[in-house]
Design a protein around this ligand. Structure first.
Ligand SMILES: NC(=O)N[C@@H](O)C(=O)O
Ligand code: NI
Length: 162
């Protein structure tokens, strides 16, 4: 079985089982600030559980290049995790379906500049992978008690190609 994953463009529909695409697309839901700002409202299914709260952190991640060796995926059983780039640049988003507690075949999406993403709670995903510098992202995820990280290391890495 090929261990290659070809990247695909990020679309709302393709990503919906895994999370949300956060972007200003189409007409804004509301015009605010005396008509000088369009609000694209409530774009993500955030979830921090009963014992958690929302936190905002900044990730400064090293850029990766394709082909990219995907050695592991992880997931956060207690909450969602959103990545909002602090620069107009594409980045790689790798997710995988769950199959009886293990990740199935991963999918690799490439965002367009201006897109951010929100991962639903317990969604298998690769760690943050910018494709250019600076790899600066605002990250909205759960702050709270308990272990919110489960990792799965592949016996053989997947090879993500463009
Ligand atoms: N561990 C951590 O905070 N980051 C990862 O969850 C990630 O998805 O990058
Ligand atoms: Ni994560």
């Amino acid at each position: 079985m090929s261990r290659e994953i070809r990247t695909e463009p990020l679309t709302r529909d393709a990503f919906a089982p895994f999370g949300d695409v956060i972007e200003a697309v189409g007409p804004p839901d509301r015009i605010i600030n005396q008509g000088l700002c369009g609000r694209h409202h409530d774009l993500a299914r955030l979830d921090f559980g009963a014992e958690g709260r929302a936190g905002i952190s900044v990730f400064d991640a090293e850029p990766r290049v394709l082909p990219y060796a995907l050695e592991m995926v992880e997931r956060h059983p207690e909450g969602s995790q959103a990545f909002l780039p602090m620069s107009l640049a594409s980045f790689l988003v790798i997710v995988a379906p769950d199959e009886d507690g293990r990740p199935g075949a991963p999918r690799a999406f490439v965002t367009t500049p201006g897109q951010g993403i929100n991962l639903l709670r317990n969604t298998w995903h690769g760690v943050l992978t910018p494709l250019s510098a600076p790899g600066l992202f605002a990250v909205v995820d759960r702050i709270g008690p308990g272990d919110n990280l489960q990792e799965h290391w592949f016996d053989t890495p997947w090879r993500v190609i463009g």
